[in-house]
Design a protein around this ligand. Structure first.
Ligand code: BES
Ligand code: MN
Ligand code: ZN
Length: 479
């Protein structure tokens, strides 16, 4: 994470200031300005200018005018986007830190801080001259009277989780193999204090995880199956909540190869489901939320090696069910199925899987949200939707009507891994449902995982989608 949030009692005349205010609120911060400045600022505000930067004797004052919004989530999202604009101007002037003054009386500090931290995120690991490319800005100070030091600490933790997820997604296969992903998980576990157990290829073979092994057959690198656990003494749940993340560190499509130029270039993002859940796990454990949580990450790359699994193969899955493989590019469901079956041993309260599973989900919503479906109660689904609204990691429910299962019938096996040309996100969900036997939610975030162009505080590349969604869902669950 490039930016830290810090608690401060009061600001001095040498602190750069960021003023957040509604259009009619200049009187509230007029005392910071000279009379001439007040006139200039008022004129600008009257002309509907939303952002001003004023150089004063020892500091800059950045003024950001916030528009009224219809509802709280819209106001918060506008505030995050405003912060992304502040970051642009702050970097241009090479400021290193600033104090936020929120005059809106609407407690927008947390949303604004989120926009600052996430817009200022950078992934510079592979640049030779990373020091010169690095953003000047590193600390946002927040006044204790507006937001408590404890809440600031929690914000830092959650944004660390988001940035960790972005880093994992942005890492190419040349670094982030399945084994390396497990190593990164262990490092995060050490910082956040969750336990990590990694099944290596021999253990995965001993468990007969046929779906994961089939996808791995074409690879030079071994698969891993990581088991993350956070078990606090005072957990509100007796049965654990289990998360299962698709950890395909690179998806070529296998022998059913993807076309190179348009769809393969960014397929390092195919572990974004796992990354989002790992980031959420990090935040939950570091914030010490009282919830017993387990996260499973089946991981491999998907490649057309000489020994690769082929269309027509019949695979015996970890559950014992057989699957006719009709497209090796439908690999995510193969390893998720093994993860979902593994979850049964915990007698879970709820299982949530998250995956960049289908182009169909990405085509349905673009990058603006994710689709979900599942067998959990309406109340649980409502809670997930609510967390999506609160965090602006929005969701839409797709149906799991039984008729869709027809498309997965195989002539030679219990089911096939490919549905028809339509409703691809749903038939993928139907496939996964076969391997569940508990309350279950499936999130297909193929469109939201990775951006080809920056979008306000969502930087180009990995978005970290899902970290705040799952964290907030679990936070609300503990209340
Ligand atoms: N990883 C892809 C899905 C994907 C698409 C992720 C776009 C991110 C952006 C997945 O493994 C895949 O290839 N799905 C196929 C399934 C099909 C062969 C049934 C798809 O959606 O085309
Ligand atoms: Mn694929
Ligand atoms: Zn994939």
């Amino acid at each position: 994470m490039t930016t830290i949030l810090r608690s401060i009692n009061k600001h001095t005349t040498s602190n750069h200031l960021i003023v957040l205010a509604y259009k009619n609120q200049m009187a509230a911060f007029a005392s910071l300005l000279t009379e001439t400045e007040q006139k200039i600022v008022q004129k600008a505000i009257d002309r509907d200018i939303k952002q001003l930067i004023l150089p004063q004797l020892d500091r800059f004052i950045v003024i950001e005018i916030i528009d009224a919004a219809d509802n709280r989530p819209a106001l918060e999202e506008q505030t995050r986007c405003t912060a992304a604009k502040t970051i642009a101007i702050i970097r241009k002037h090479h400021l290193e830190e600033a104090v936020l003054l929120d005059y809106t009386n609407d407690n927008l500090s947390a949303s604004y801080a989120e926009g600052i931290v996430l817009a200022n995120y950078q992934f510079l690991k592979y640049f030779k001259n990373k020091d010169t490319l690095k953003s000047s800005f590193h600390t946002l100070h927040l006044l204790e009277e507006l937001i408590s030091a404890k809440d600031i600490a929690l914000l830092n933790i959650v944004f660390e989780g988001v940035c960790a997820a972005r880093d994992l997604v942005n890492e190419p296969l040349s670094f982030l193999t399945a084994v390396q992903l497990s190593e990164e998980i262990k490092k995060l576990g050490q910082v956040a204090n969750f336990s990590v157990k990694v099944l290596d290829k021999a253990a995965i073979e001993a468990h007969k995880m046929g779906g994961l092994l089939a996808v791995n057959k074409g690879s030079n690198d071994p698969p891993t199956f990581s088991i993350l656990e956070w078990k606090p003494a005072q957990a509100v749940n007796t049965k654990p909540i289990v998360l299962v993340g698709k950890g395909v560190v690179y998806d070529t499509g296998g022998l059913s190869l993807k076309p190179t130029a348009n769809s393969m270039d960014f397929m390092k993002c195919d572990m974004a489901g796992a990354a989002g859940l790992i980031g959420a796990m990090y935040a939950v454990a570091k914030a010490e939320l009282p919830v017993h949580l387990i996260c499973l990450v089946p991981s491999t790359d998907n490649r057309p090696g000489v020994n690769a699994y082929v269309p027509g193969d019949v695979v015996t899955m970890y559950s014992g069910s057989t699957v006719e493989v009709l497209n090796t590019d439908a690999e995510g469901r193969m390893l998720l199925a093994d993860g979902l079956h593994y979850a049964k041993q915990y007698d879970p309260e709820l299982v949530i899987d998250m995956a960049t599973l289908t182009g169909s989900a990405a085509r349905a919503l673009g990058s603006q949200g994710a689709v979900f479906m599942g067998t959990a109660s309406d109340q649980t689904k409502k809670a997930l939707l609510q967390a999506g609204v609160e965090t602006h990691e929005r969701l839409v429910e797709f149906p799991l009507w039984k008729e869709y299962a027809e498309q997965l019938k195989s002539d030679v096996a219990d089911l096939k891994n490919l549905g028809g040309p339509a409703a691809g996100a749903i038939t993928a969900g139907k496939f996964l449902e076969h391997f569940t036997a508990y309350n279950w939610l499936h999130i297909d975030m193929a469109g939201a995982a990775y951006l080809h162009h920056e979008d306000a505080y969502r930087t180009k590349g990995g978005t970290g989608y899902g970290v705040q969604l799952i964290y907030n869902f679990l936070l609300n669950y503990t209340k």
